[in-house]
Design a protein. Structure first.
Length: 167
């Protein structure tokens, strides 16, 4: 009895494997056609870490933040803070966090718009973020980071020329 149920299970597994590895049709395409289509997929990628590190607004903010941190370190360096000093420091920290969030939000919007335009211009099917901090690509694809950087600059110039304000 056990041997017969084993035969049924083994036959079922073999049948499933046969379907998986054969050229079964799915949506009227064989697996070979699907594989060919995936080979034809044009993928681009951007390094958002590089883009943001080179963004003038973020550079300016980062330098301002570093300078402020150095001044605070020199002023308070290791001494006990009074409640008023602690409150002022917390307020300053919140202000910098809010400003950083605004700058990052603006950057993300600019980068998305620019990468979408580059994707359309280069007729890419997919754009991935391949920043060193969260890399998703091992090999292949087209690095469009510099193209996106150029497009961000072009978009900012056109917005400034048309009366758009820069933060």
């Amino acid at each position: 009895m056990k041997f017969q149920s084993f035969k049924v299970i083994a036959a079922s597994i073999m049948l499933c494997l046969a379907f998986c590895f054969s050229g079964c049709k799915v949506d009227n395409k064989t697996t070979d056609e699907s594989a060919q289509k995936s080979r034809d997929l044009k993928v681009g990628y951007i390094d958002s870490d590089k883009l943001i590190a080179e963004d003038p607004d973020f550079k300016s903010f980062f330098n301002e933040k570093q300078k402020q941190a150095q001044q605070l370190q020199e002023k308070f360096g290791g001494k006990e803070l009074s409640p008023e000093e602690q409150k002022n420091l917390e307020k300053l920290t919140k202000e910098f966090a809010a400003k950083e969030a605004r700058i990052l939000g603006t950057f993300v919007a600019k980068a998305r718009e620019a990468s979408t335009r580059v994707m359309e211009e280069k007729k890419l099917d997919l754009v991935l973020n391949n920043a060193a901090s969260r890399s998703v690509m091992e090999y292949g694809g087209e690095d469009i980071t510099d193209d996106v950087k150029v497009k961000i600059t072009e978009l900012e110039k056109s917005k400034n020329a048309s009366g758009g304000k820069k933060e």
